[in-house]
Each structure stands twice: as structure tokens, then as C-alpha cells.
Design a protein around this ligand. Structure first.
Ligand code: FMN
Length: 226
């Protein structure tokens, strides 16, 4: 193994007295901060890249990175193929965990809860906002299934391009019925702020009621050891 390189996490930390009663405003602020940091310094590419963990019917965890293309007071969300590994896992067991990690900012947010499918209209609006190639790609890829060659995938792309040529219209490619979004209905939201000597701040919102992320009466805040 290469010699270990260690960084001290000289982050600003996080004080419970700064926290809003529900996690929403801080999620919104930290995501905005990560986007701004990328715009200004370019060291947080894909600030919305989020690791998503699911559990298979056999108890085996699976983790992968997706893009957080949905964020609202009901939770963070993403779009994918319902027949993918993650889609099959979630159909059998909706428990989910997700983490946004921004190492240059010494910050992370962890979400734990249950996945729910986003309403079809929300998915349709998002699908139509995607570039033509991505809309065709959603049809062409039987995500997570084996394929013998890359050429097979490219043939599938060509056949869908022939079926729905690029007319420049957002409606030109229909939404596949096997593709859509999930939102994480959170039971816990943890804000992690890296500090010196690994003595980080971890402040966790734990659900106590049925409200959304902005409802200050539905959460209590707990500090956890780093
Ligand atoms: C930066 C990044 C962004 C990605 N975004 C998505 C996405 O938004 N949706 C998606 O289904 N897969 C996305 N992927 C691919 C997934 O990591 C993964 O390969 C795919 O979803 C299949 O995962 P599964 O077999 O566990 O279901 C992304 C990968 C990376 C590295």
C-alpha cells in the first residue's frame, strides 16, 4: 500500500444553537453552498452526486452513486430504472440510506428512511427536461442486466433513435413505464462537519412526528460522538 496521506479537517464545524428546528433550511443551505463552491472554485464537481444504499431480499446491501435530481421538503430524490438492481431492491424493501459528501468542504449529509416513488407527473416533467440522448438512453438500457457487448447497447440506441427521431420537442420521446423517480422519506438526517483531530461535529435530526423536513415540530436534534 502507498504511504498514508492524512489531512486535518479544518472545517467550520456546526453548533446546535445555529440549527433550524427542522432540517430543511440547513439541507437547502448546504446544497446551495456546494453548488456555489463548484461555481467559484471548481473543486466540488457534481455537487448533487449522492450515494444510495439499498438492501436486497437476501439481506445483501448494495450501494451506488446517482444524481440528486429532486430536492424538496418531502425529501431528496433521484431518477432511475425501476427494473435495475436498486429498483428491485426497493420493490422488495423500501428501506434506503443516502449520503451527500463534499470532501473539500468537510461536510456530508446522511439521510435514512423509506423510499417512495415520485408522482408520475413529477417524473414526466423531469424526463422531458433531459437531453434527447438521455431520454433515448433510458429506453435503450435495461439497467443492471447483463449484455454481451457494447454494440448491442448501441444497436438498441439506434433503433430507438429511428423510432423517435430528435425533433427538438420535449415530448418527442415518451416516458418509459419502467423509469422514474424515488424520494427518500427521511426518519433521520445527519449533518456531519469535519473538524481537527477527527473530533467532528455530528448533529442528527431524528423524526418524532409526521411532518416534512421543514416542520420544526416533527424533529428532535441529537449530537452524536464522532
Ligand atoms: C456521478 C454518477 C452519477 C450517476 N447518476 C445516476 C442516476 O442519476 N441514475 C441512475 O440510475 N444511475 C446513475 N449512475 C449510475 C449508477 O451509479 C449505477 O451504476 C446504476 O444506477 C446501476 O445501479 P444498480 O445496478 O445498483 O441499480 C451514476 C453514476 C455516477 C458515477
Amino acid at each position: 500500500m502507498q504511504p498514508i496521506k492524512r489531512w486535518d479537517y479544518a472545517g467550520e464545524g456546526l453548533d446546535e444553537h445555529e440549527l433550524p428546528p427542522g432540517p430543511w433550511n440547513l439541507i437547502d443551505q448546504w446544497v446551495a453552498d456546494a453548488r456555489a463552491r463548484q461555481d467559484e472554485r471548481g473543486d466540488v464537481p457534481e455537487p448533487e452526486a449522492i450515494s444510495v444504499a439499498t438492501v436486497g431480499g437476501d439481506g445483501q446491501p448494495h450501494v451506488r452513486t446517482v444524481l440528486m435530481r429532486y430536492l424538496a421538503q418531502d425529501g431528496p430524490g433521484f431518477y432511475t430504472n425501476f427494473g435495475s438492481r436498486k429498483g428491485l431492491d426497493l420493490a422488495a424493501n423500501p428501506r434506503i440510506a443516502a449520503a451527500l459528501t463534499w470532501p473539500p468542504m468537510y461536510r456530508a449529509i446522511r439521510f435514512t428512511g423509506m423510499a417512495q416513488r415520485l408522482p408520475e407527473q413529477v417524473t414526466t416533467d423531469y424526463f422531458r427536461s433531459r437531453p434527447y440522448g438521455s431520454r433515448i438512453g433510458a429506453w435503450a438500457s435495461h439497467q443492471s442486466q447483463p449484455t454481451a457487448t457494447r454494440a448491442q447497447l448501441e444497436e438498441a440506441v439506434a433503433s430507438y433513435e429511428a423510432k423517435w427521431p430528435d425533433t427538438g420537442s420535449a415530448q418527442g420521446v415518451p416516458l418509459p413505464d419502467f423509469w422514474g423517480g424515488y424520494v427518500v422519506h427521511c426518519d433521520e438526517v445527519e449533518f456531519w462537519a469535519g473538524r481537527s483531530s477527527r473530533l467532528h461535529d455530528r448533529l442528527v435530526y431524528v423524526r418524532t412526528g409526521d411532518g416534512d423536513l421543514a416542520d420544526g415540530t416533527s424533529w428532535r436534534i441529537e449530537r452524536r460522538q464522532p
